[in-house]
Every structure is written in structure tokens, then in C-alpha cells.
Design a protein around this ligand. Structure first.
Ligand code: CAA
Length: 257
């Protein structure tokens, strides 16, 4: 079936995937997430491709998981559907994946960017985990990867109090590799990917695998626990209220229930 929510193309030895759901700021619904992971896996199997770049639009890399799709779900439906599990498929990709991020990288969008191997940010990029504002927590690795990337103090502030980071702050705190003007962020990522793709492919894969052993391996149990906590919150009135308030564009009223 042709993709409806992403665009794919090859540039030399680089596979480029563009999230293309502009009307929802690339909110990651099930279909978009599935198309994205399928495309990454297809490039990973393609011998002509040495590295991948994942990008969105100038305005939004991705504004998170699709709130409208999950607002009314119960814990059981969240657990049965296990829609967040799809995000971990990115970790099985053997070739390097570079995120080229401009505009919003929020919630699941920030989590997808952090699951890539490197991040090139445009000057307008904004990183955040705003789930607390809709009565839940990050569910796709945010509590773990953000804490590893920026340290406990800042991760606490970002996840507990919706502090977002500008591109320059993200650079300062080690979340991204480089910040470049908006006109050049995609080219910068493509050039970096092309350079990496020209190197010894098997050594590149081994290097990526070993860096992830240092970084990702210890996260596995915690990521599962985080996903369970995320699903559990779907039994609360605050999750229903938080997500409904977002959809109705009003302030939520928290009950602590
Ligand atoms: N899910 C569903 N729809 C979304 C969305 C999301 N995450 N983010 C944006 N949209 C939709 C909006 O509802 C709106 O649709 P309509 O035109 O039909 O009203 C459209 O995209 C444009 O958005 P806004 O009008 O809100 O644009 P804005 O420029 O005023 O604000 C924004 C931009 C600050 C990013 C705001 O859209 C926003 O706060 N989005 C939600 C961010 C968020 O909470 N993300 C976390 C989601 S939960 C998650 O990701 C869980 C996880 O860990 C896996």
C-alpha cells in the first residue's frame, strides 16, 4: 500500500523519510508511526543505502503521539492495542539514523528524535515532553532517554513542569549535535548522513551497535516500565480530562483521580 503520511526518497546513499501530516503538526497516529517504522526497516535492508535522515516540516518535526486517537481509550484498550510498542522498532535499525528537527519536537516527537542516533536542529527547533499538561507522562522512552541526555535536574523540570528547550539550550545540554539556520538544517543532516554512508558499512554498524550497548541496553526494562505507567494513567479521570481539554482547546481541571 502506498504511504499516505510520510514521503520517502533516496539522495545518493542516504534514505530520506519526511513525516507529512502537516494538518496535525505530524502528530504520530498509529498509521504514521507504522509507515515510518516500515520505511526505516526497508531502507535498513536496502544495500544501496548507508544511512537515513528522518525529518518533518519547518514548523513541526512531530507534536507528539496523536491525542485525539487515544483520548477515550481505557487502560485495557491501551494495553491490548499496545500502540506505543511500535516506537521501539526504531531501535532495531542497524544503520545510522539522523533526525533533522525543525519546529516542534514534543512528546512522542521528542522521543522519536531521541531514539535516532544523532540530531541536527534548526534554530527554530523546540524540544519538550508536555504530557503532564494532558494528565499523562511520556510513554515512548522520554523519562529515560531525556534524563540520560540532559541530566536529572533538567529532565525533572521538563517532564514535571513542561519546560521546553530552545535549539541552543538543547545544544548546550547535549541533546542535539548541531544547530544550524533553518534554510540549511536538512542539507546539514543529509551531508552528515552521506559522509557516514561513505564509510566502512560493517564497521559503522558495529560502532552503532556498541554505542547502543553502552546507552540503550540498560534502558530496556525501564522503558517497559514507563510504557506500563503510561497505559495505567488511562484509568484516571485526569487523563480523560487532560486530553479532552486539549481537544476542546480549554484549560483542564485536575481532580487527582
Ligand atoms: N495530537 C493530535 N492532534 C494534534 C497534536 C497531537 N499531539 N498536536 C497538534 N495537533 C493538532 C491540533 O489539534 C490542531 O488540529 P485542529 O486544526 O483540528 O484543531 C492542529 O494539529 C494544529 O495544532 P494547534 O492549532 O494546536 O497549533 P498551535 O501552533 O496553536 O500549537 C502546539 C502547536 C503547541 C504543538 C500544540 O498543538 C500542542 O500543544 N500539541 C500537543 C503537544 C503534546 O501534548 N504532545 C504530547 C502528546 S502525548 C504523547 O506524545 C505521549 C507519548 O509519550 C507517546
Amino acid at each position: 500500500m502506498p504511504n499516505e503520511m510520510i514521503l520517502t526518497e533516496t539522495r545518493g546513499r542516504v534514505g530520506l523519510i519526511t513525516l507529512n501530516r502537516p494538518q496535525a503538526l505530524n502528530a504520530l497516529n498509529n498509521q504514521l508511526a507504522r509507515e515510518l517504522m516500515d520505511a526505516l526497516e526497508a531502507f535498513d535492508k536496502d544495500d544501496h543505502i548507508g544511512a537515513m535522515v528522518l525529518t518533518g516540516s519547518e514548523k513541526a518535526f512531530a507534536a507528539g503521539a496523536d491525542i485525539k486517537e487515544m483520548a477515550n481509550k481505557s487502560v485495557q484498550q491501551m494495553m491490548d492495542g499496545d500502540s506505543i510498542a511500535v516506537f521501539s522498532r526504531i531501535l532495531t535499525i542497524r544503520k545510522p539514523v539522523i533526525a533533522a528537527v525543525s519546529g516542534y519536537a514534543l512528546g512522542g516527537g521528542c522521543e522519536v528524535a531521541m531514539s535516532c542516533d544523532m540530531i541536527i536542529a534548526s534554530e527554530s527547533a523546540r524540544f519538550g515532553q508536555p504530557e503532564i499538561t494532558i494528565g499523562v507522562i511520556p510513554g515512548a522512552g522520554g523519562t529515560q532517554r531525556l534524563t540520560r541526555a540532559v541530566g536529572k535536574a533538567l529532565a525533572m523540570e521538563m517532564i514535571l513542569n513542561n519546560r521546553t528547550l530552545s535549539a541552543q539550550e538543547a545544544l548546550q545540554f547535549g541533546l542535539v549535535n548541531r544547530v544550524v539556520p533553518i534554510e540549511r538544517f536538512l542539507d546539514e543532516a543529509l551531508n552528515l548522513a552521506e559522509e557516514i554512508a561513505s564509510r566502512a558499512p560493517l564497521a559503522i554498524r558495529a560502532a552503532k551497535k556498541m554505542i547502543n550497548q553502552a546507552y540503550e541496553r540498560m534502558l530496556t526494562d525501564a522503558i517497559h516500565a514507563e510504557r506500563q505507567e503510561f497505559y495505567n494513567l488511562f484509568s484516571t479521570e485526569d487523563q480523560k480530562e487532560g486530553m479532552q481539554a486539549f481537544i476542546e482547546k480549554r484549560k483542564p481541571e485536575w481532580k487527582g483521580k
